[in-house]
Design a protein around this ligand. Sequence first.
Ligand code: CS2
Length: 467
Amino acid sequence: MKLSASTLTALPASIQTPAYKRKAHAPGVVHLGLGAFHRAHQAMVFDRLLTAGDTRWGIHGVGMTRPDLVDQLRAQDGLYAVRVADGQGVTWQVPGALWRMSVATTERDAVVQAIAAATTRWVTLTVTEKGYTPALGQLLLDGLRLRQQAGLPGITIASCDNLQGNGHKLQALVKTAGTTHDGELLRWLDAQCAFPCSMVDRIVPAATPEVMAAAQKALSVQDQCALSTEGFWEWVIEDCFADPTDAALLQSSGVRVTSDVHSYEEAKLRMLNGSHTAMALMGAVTGRPYIASCIGVPHIRTFVHQLMSREVAPHLSRTDWAEYRDALIARFGNPYLKHSVHQIATDSSQKIPQRWPPSVLGQIAQGASFEHHALGAAVFVRYTLGVDENGQAYALNDPQADSLMALGAAQRTEPDACVRALLAREDLWGTTLPQNATWIARVTHWHQQVLQHGVDAAFQQLLATNT
Ligand code: CS2
């Protein structure tokens, strides 16, 4: 038996299931990007609003890259189980907010119509860093144009990706899709639609067969879309909504609505995501499969602690960073989250720019050391070889994979030139760092250590010289 609307009532009583009538209304939210993150984060917030009796938060979910996932979710009526597990305990829940599904590539018109539907009040997005393409701007603008032409009110369009100022970036992308004939549409967009910035946080690894097996055991039905996550979740969103009454509603379900999203975004990107990328590359090169297997190693744990305390925190506007850091280290160690280092290393070329350079530049401006980031960058260079220290080959899953591997291959014969070539890339490091001789020299130094003695020895050497 499969999890679906008809088997929902047969689930064990301990599993929390939707306590409201699903699909009685048209969805009020169109969500782009149906990956694990959305389904175990925002879809559960909207599930809470639906449980509270507000029928406007059903989701029309749009798969941007994975038609197979949309098929599986359709076969389960949009239902899936989420295991919420950490030191506090283990519970299973089946959120019920996902009511409709489409595939962006093959069902584009359905997506445009959904954005334009009178019942739609929000569009939310988790399309990943590389998803902010002109095609995305065009898709949104096409839907919004129909709304404007039909005389419908504007909506809230919330980017929830790990990009600094994500709302501003999305708004600019949508407006760029407009042509010279779209003057009126763009004026309507500015006046009626809201593009709040937001920071979303919850660690949700991609689904694994192990989680599916655990779901089968807990639910006694098959669930091909089951997910695993931690208890912690955070959603901080700018107080900027097409319908201002949404602020209080979101707050009632645990979302933080504020005028200062920036400080939360920068802390999350540089502390959480910055450490994630460092550990992911380190794990990939040393053959450690999960974040928990990295943070459990004393010298990696100390490295991450120091990276955050010494090189990231001094440049944050968030003042409670020490508590934030300690909470992150505990979250990274969650044994239930088999968070694959290769999953996090995916798209590193798109992630590094938000995660590392701002802290390095901050240190440079203060004349302070950036050795931890320099070692991280050296490990990134080593990572582009595509083979770990045990001789196991791995694929680079990155839009820049070919160019990175072509540059990275040179480290076998001309390591220093290779480091210079990879550090010269402004798409990764921005415009200032590629000109900084000290940065280049320190990354070159650590890269030499990594090649000669291995990543672990380089980490230990850094910690020994940097007490
Ligand atoms: C991770 C994030 O895959 C990655 O790049 O760093 O998905 C991370 O788990 C989330 O941002 C946590 O909120």
